[in-house]
Design a protein around this ligand. Sequence first.
Ligand code: PLP
Length: 406
Amino acid sequence: MKNFKPANEIQDLQYFGEFGGVNPSISDSSTYTFLSAKTMFDTFEGNADGCYLYSRHTTPSNLYLGEALAAMEGTATANVAATGMGAITPALLQLCQAGDHIVSSRTIYGGTYAFLKNFTPRMGINTSFVDITKLDVVEAAINKDTKVLYCESVSNPLLEVADIAGLSKIAKKHGLKLLVDNTFSPLAITPVKLGADVVLHSLTKFINGSSDTMGGVICGTQEFIDDLRNVNDGASMLLGSSMDSLRASSILKNMRTLHIRMKQHSHNAMYLAQKFEADGLKTVYPGLASHPSHNVYKAMMNEEYGFGGMLTIDVGSLDKANELMELMQERNLGYLAVSLGFYKTLFSAPGTSTSSEIPEEEQAAMGLTDGLIRFSIGLDNDIERTYRLMKACMISLGILKEPAMA
Ligand code: PLP
């Protein structure tokens, strides 16, 4: 497992364009011709490998991107989607029907939480939300109707780390599918190698890395991906969250630098986390020995990619958090924006933004405090300078004290 080299897997793929171009041609068509009516019929039946039907089903460009993502995650194949939610929702709906039950981590992206909490119950699918770091609690929540165990490798926004191998054991014992959203830790964690069945990503974040497009992916077995694309009852095909080919081709090009970017995000985040913690700020980062799941992450990680680009600090109150974020933006240290994985540092207060779907009392129960700021650390070339300037902001707002003169 430690020897898995996901970036090599991506780089070993070779694509050429129609006229020998070094980039694959973009399939600029929503529909495809057939030489015979019989082949068209067979394609509808799912029996004509290599034939394209209609772009909601798939496109050559989407297949190239899917192949690169499957190579990265070590799965047989993958299906790309228009957004991360456009991948997560069909994956869950393909596996669950009325009467079924899901056990999910309680600290997950707010949109996924809202889908499971407010939307799927309308379809008779209910979810128990648990502390995913407590395997006994996870197992106790499973009942005879449970079909899926759901978590994020590193959770949004609290950066809790799921013990994927431990969860996989539980899933296998009870005949459940383990679905892991790996958006926060591409390359660094490979959930399938630890026993996950399906891996999901919002490509909108680190994988694309330029905050110019949305995207999602479901990585899994050929059988599962074929099921999702089935014209009669496939959730991806029927719910229609398909990616456009132009977008697929631009994301594929950005994926070529993902390994370099992830190393720099991790390097910069580690530097800041260590400095902030030493300054006495309440800092959460999986790379810090003080993180409760530091060792769990260490045991899972593909080492060269580090502990990721996400960290949180708690500055005590929402007012202070807002003041600090506004000042840091004014001084060009990053942007007050949701999302993550950009070249520039992004910061937001999750309680009032990306996790606002989670009711206040549940936020409190999971430790999501008002003063929490979530950082997606950028690709800054001089992180030492960034730190000095951030610290100056914190001192001027009274969050940190002026260092005593020697
Ligand atoms: N999963 C995680 C961990 C996320 O942070 C997000 C978005 O913030 C999503 C899924 C949803 O992705 P998208 O916004 O691309 O639909």
